[in-house]
Design a protein around this ligand. Structure first.
Ligand SMILES: Cc1ncc(COP(=O)(O)O)c(C=O)c1O
Length: 418
């Protein structure tokens, strides 16, 4: 380790940092992680129009109801809400989530098939911790959600990407990889209004993916973070409802309730859920009890359904404002997806445009986006995008009256690179 004694001021800080990095685990070195930090660092900027983070619109939070509920729960059941809970979650919220799943998916989890997690990312982390050895293959859509990539990479998974088109993950490309000998332990997918493309998987592909899982013996990890935020008709059946024997569904209340409570669920085969419960016992032990009771009370009071209905209308309006502004301002050769739900649209610029390099110019214009590269799995041999000339735009938290101006600025930055 580098000696740090006798150093002063900023020199000393730099030396300290280098010294501690020398102690990092090899798996952490490989992880990077700067991308999510960069996204979150702009979260509080007030003078930048930011299309970067997948944040819900704060106006959807019912602050009055939440404040009253929290005060009541703390006053009336402190021994529950201020205490540790069972690792699999309190019985009340598990019964509530089970009922929601039964109503929405036509299937209730059986005994031991459901647990409460600390948000969606917790489920991915617990699954990776329990099932992934260094070098094990995990397949994901490319592009996909950065947090999931981080979770699997954190356990040194060998990530392989499968391309996405208007029908979601190209399951036939996965079938080719499997026929060629690829043997993943887990296939991670976001079938509804995917992050970052906004695209969804067709029913036929869901069925085909379930068939492949049974044939080749891998587990499907279905991330339903945006499933309830569709703008029109209900999405196709969930993978968990089609194939509960081979699917773990990772659900989250972050996008439909509030990310501040860090609440989610995992539904899947009892044998798998029991492993995740053991893994949670030695991570955070349990999701926060106050949050669990808040979700349950808010939900049983009908507030969650009302919030979701309002949120859908709001995000649909913002998606429309975004795609109309893109059509008005983007130069020829730029294309984008038209989301039918969720928070995102995915832009493709002409070949040769480097959206990482352009993000500095965007910052100078006081607008922010996330470049496509970190979402993509490189060199997978399955014809996936590299993300170099792509951009993810999150319209979910941009005020209506700033969307067109923000898009106009991004279009100006792209034009300057052509
Ligand atoms: C696809 C997807 N899954 C999961 C999450 C994580 O959500 P949570 O806040 O529940 O950990 C996100 C958040 O951005 C997401 O986009």
């Amino acid at each position: 380790m580098t000696a740090v004694t006798g150093q002063q001021g900023t020199d000393r800080d730099d030396t300290d940092r280098r010294a501690w990095d020398e102690l990092l685990a090899r798996r952490t070195h490989a992880l990077g992680g700067g991308e999510i930090t960069a996204i979150l660092s702009l979260a509080g900027a007030t003078d930048v129009i930011t299309f970067s983070g997948g944040f819900p619109e704060p106006a959807t939070f019912s602050t009055g109801v939440l404040a009253d509920t929290a005060a009541r729960l703390i006053a009336t059941e402190p021994e529950v809400v201020l205490q540790y809970s069972a690792t699999e979650g309190l019985p009340g919220i598990r019964e509530y989530v089970s009922g929601r799943l039964a109503a929405a998916e036509g299937r209730a989890p059986g005994a031991g098939e459901l647990m409460i997690t600390s948000g969606g990312i917790d489920c991915m982390e617990l699954l990776a911790k329990s099932y992934v050895d260094p070098g094990d293959v995990v397949v994901a859509e490319s592009p996909t959600y950065l947090g999931a990539l981080m979770a699997f990479r954190g356990y040194q998974a060998g990530m392989r990407g499968v391309p996405v088109d208007d029908g979601g993950m190209r399951v036939e490309a996965l079938a080719d990889l499997l026929a060629g000998g690829l043997r993943p332990k887990i296939v991670y997918t976001i079938p509804d209004y995917q992050n970052p493309t906004g695209l969804s998987m067709t029913t036929d592909r869901r069925q085909a993916l379930a068939d492949l899982a049974r044939r080749y013996g891998f587990l499907i990890l279905e991330d339903v973070a945006y499933r309830e935020l569709g703008f029109g008709a209900a999405p196709p059946p969930s993978l968990w409802s089609l194939a509960p024997d081979v699917t773990v569904q990772a659900g989250t209340f972050s996008k439909i309730f509030s990310p501040g409570f860090r609440m989610g669920w995992a539904a899947g085969p009892a044998e798998v859920i029991s492993r995740l419960v053991v893994a949670k016992q030695n991570s955070d032990q349990c999701a926060g009890a106050l949050g669990q009771r808040m979700v349950e009370e808010y939900g049983r009071g009908g507030h969650l359904d009302r919030q979701i209905a309002t949120a859908r209308t709001l995000y649909e309006r913002r998606a429309g404002l975004t795609t109309r502004a893109l059509a008005a301002h983007m130069p020829d050769g730029v294309t984008w997806t038209t989301p039918a739900g969720g928070f995102f649209t995915w832009l493709t610029c002409p070949e040769g445009v480097d959206t990482v390099a352009l993000s500095a110019a965007a910052r100078a214009e006081k607008v922010a986006y996330v470049p496509g590269r970190p979402f993509c799995l490189q060199d997978t041999g399955a014809g996936t995008e590299t993300g170099t000339n792509q951009i993810r735009l999150a319209y979910s938290r941009v005020a209506d009256d700033l969307i067109a101006e923000g898009i106009r600025r991004i279009a100006g930055v792209i034009k300057s690179a052509l």
